[in-house]
Every structure is written in structure tokens, then in C-alpha cells.
Design a binder for this molecule. Structure first.
Ligand code: NCD
Ligand code: ZN
Length: 355
């Protein structure tokens, strides 16, 4: 894949990859959807689209309508397929979930512990309340996607993911051994170790921002809301563990951007929203990490192969090309409404427009 002249230690100038997918993205709705959906469709053939709209997507009809709005926000020839998800609540109807999966509308279900993050107020208060739906998902092979953080106020925010694994994830996997689970946007060395030792039914996505920043980024010279997301970035040792995992070639780790745009007015506020908007240069961002780790030859597996294998979907037909063409990420996008991840920074790789 990497075209470097034999015998010369020249870094590759072009990388051709099978077209990748984003296994965790927030495409939003309304005017914001129109702005951000093209950025995801530019790089990715498919994306697992989060259901935390207001109100959340809990029915097949709502998902079908949302899918239509996503397609309407894109050019007809975009070739992009949104993979929709159902938002689990305490009172979700297992029959509705099963029907949605059977009809090919719901690819997976999303579990937000109640109040864990943006638009998670309607999330699940106790896993015991959704036993029927979890059993149905296990039976029909429908993946469960987890925002893995406890919400207890007495647990330090930097420990919430590790505590979730102990208290909730390990017992859940023991109770539903056949259930496919994705621990989303992992941020800690503990999560890396846990996912590694679990069986083939557990996988994890890793975001670009958790590979690039540690918690200091939020406080660099002042309060930096653009680096605030959930789960919050952790210490440097965790970032290093995530980089090692993402670039290891292990099939249990794959790409999920968690691109989560909020308008600047909502980020730069006395109570700013969590979320980093990385969709415009997500692939370029991952490529920078893989190059720094000497693992460009493993980028394709992480971005394009491991996710489909876990979900039991075919890999994409097409290919994309990344070219070495250092470029500066714009400090603002869409009339200053959104701040992209890497704002003002130079990224070494650029996605070729002609794919
Ligand atoms: C997400 C959002 O804004 O929808 N925020 C974030 O920080 N990632 C919600 C989420 O996935 O936590
Ligand atoms: Zn998310």
C-alpha cells in the first residue's frame, strides 16, 4: 500500500486504503445536520449514527424519518449509508427493537447510562430494567453500543469509565455471553486491557482526539472548551495505551470518531457542552497518529476492516487515497459556527478529492 522506492528510507507519499467507515458519529439534526453530514460522507462509506437527538430515536418510524433527513442533507451520489441506532430507555419496547433490526432499520442499540452525557437524560437508570431487550439482542445478534461511564456524583470524573467496567460491564458480559458489545470511545489503559482479555464478542472504538490529547489540553493557558468531551481525556499514560492499542493491529479495536459538533455558542459558555467536532479531518488525524507510531501499514485494518468484521458486514468496495500534503486545518468552519479538532494545526496527510 505504501509507495516508497525499494531500498530507500523515504516516507510514503500516497496511501491507498479500502474505503473506511466511522463506527460512532453524531450527525445531529436540522441545520447542523446539513453542515456536518457532508464532512462524514466525504471520508466514510458508512457510519453508525448516534440516536441522542432531542427527542431520542426510540422507534422504527423515528429512525426511518431520520435516515431520510440524513440522505437529504447529502448529494445524491454521495454513496454514504447511515447505519441507524436505537436509544435504549427504561421503557423501550423489545418488540420494536427486534422489528427495527429485522427490517434493517436499526443496526445496533445504544446504551447511555441516564445523564451520562448530552441528551442522555432519558437513558437507562438500571440495567435490570432492560433485561428483556438485552436478551432479545443477544438472541438476534444485534450489537449493544455502550457509553461506558458511571454517573454517580461521588465517583471522580476521571475514574468513571474504569468503575463502569467493574460494576456494570463485566457482570453484563457474564450474564449475556452471546451479546455483541462495543465499548465506545475508550479512554483508559484499563479499558484497553479489559477489551483485550475479553472474548470475541467485545470490541472498542477509539477516537482521534483521545489519541492526540491528554487532559492537560483542556487547561492549556486557560480553559479550553474545544477539548472537552465525554468521556473526558485522561492522563498521558492512558493516551499512550490507546495509541498502542489502535495501532496494534488487534481486531478488537477499530475506528469511531465520536465527532460531536456543538455550535460555538454552546461550547464557549459558562456551562459548555461536551463534544469535539473532528469529522472534517478525522481520517487525516488518525493517519498522523499511525505515522508517528510507525504503523501506517495498519491504518487500513483499523479504519476499514475490523469494524465490518465485528458487525458481520461486508467491507466497502471502493478505495480512498491519502496524499502527503501538509495542510493547515481552518480555525473555524461554517461562518465561525464550528471549531474543528486540530483548528489552526498542520496535518501531514490529506484525503485526495478524487478518492
Ligand atoms: C456527545 C454529544 O455531544 O452528543 N458528546 C461527547 O462529548 N462525545 C455525547 C457523547 O457521545 O458523549
Ligand atoms: Zn458519542
Amino acid at each position: 500500500m505504501a509507495a516508497s522506492p525499494a531500498g530507500l528510507n523515504v516516507p510514503p507519499q500516497r496511501l491507498r486504503l479500502r474505503r473506511p467507515d466511522d463506527w460512532h458519529v453524531h450527525l445531529r439534526d436540522g441545520a447542523l445536520l446539513e453542515l456536518v453530514a457532508p464532512a462524514t460522507a466525504r471520508s466514510f462509506a458508512r457510519a453508525i449514527v448516534m440516536p441522542n437527538l432531542s427527542p431520542p430515536i426510540t422507534t422504527v418510524a423515528a429512525a426511518v424519518a431520520y435516515g431520510a433527513r440524513i440522505r437529504a442533507a447529502l448529494p445524491e451520489d454521495s454513496g454514504f449509508t447511515p447505519l441507524l441506532t436505537a436509544y435504549l430507555t427504561d421503557t423501550i419496547d423489545p418488540a420494536e427493537i427486534e422489528r427495527g433490526h429485522g427490517e434493517g432499520v436499526f443496526t445496533a442499540c445504544k446504551l447511555y447510562p441516564a445523564h451520562a452525557t448530552t441528551n442522555a437524560a432519558a437513558g437507562v437508570t438500571d440495567l435490570a430494567r432492560i433485561e428483556a431487550v438485552l436478551a432479545a439482542m443477544e438472541r438476534i445478534g444485534m450489537p449493544l453500543l455502550i457509553h461506558g461511564e458511571v454517573t454517580d456524583a461521588d465517583i471522580d470524573i476521571f475514574d468513571r469509565e474504569a468503575v463502569f467496567i467493574e460494576r456494570h460491564l463485566a457482570p453484563l458480559l457474564a450474564r449475556y455471553p452471546g451479546l455483541k458489545v462495543v465499548l465506545e470511545h475508550i479512554t483508559t489503559a484499563e479499558s484497553v486491557a479489559f477489551v483485550r482479555q475479553a472474548g470475541p464478542n467485545l470490541a472498542a472504538t477509539i477516537t482521534p482526539h483521545h489519541l492526540h490529547i491528554n487532559r492537560n489540553a483542556m487547561f492549556q493557558g486557560g480553559l479550553r472548551p474545544d477539548f472537552y468531551c465525554l468521556p473526558v481525556a485522561k492522563r498521558e499514560r492512558h493516551r499512550l495505551a490507546l495509541r498502542q492499542a489502535a495501532t496494534s493491529g488487534e481486531p478488537c479495536f477499530f475506528l469511531g470518531t465520536d465527532s460531536a459538533p456543538h455550535p460555538r455558542s454552546a461550547k464557549e459558555s459558562a456551562c459548555g457542552c461536551a463534544g469535539i467536532y473532528n469529522a472534517p479531518f478525522a481520517l487525516e488525524s488518525y493517519a498522523a497518529v499511525f505515522e508517528q507510531e510507525g504503523a501506517l501499514d495498519r491504518l487500513e485494518a483499523f479504519a476499514s476492516l475490523h469494524g465490518p468484521a465485528f458487525y458481520g458486514l461486508p467491507v466497502n468496495d471502493g478505495h480512498i487515497t491519502l496524499v502527503r500534503e501538509p495542510h493547515t486545518v481552518p480555525p473555524r468552519l461554517h461562518g465561525s459556527t464550528l471549531v474543528p479538532f486540530h483548528a489552526g494545526q498542520v496535518l501531514p496527510w490529506r484525503l485526495a478529492d478524487d478518492g
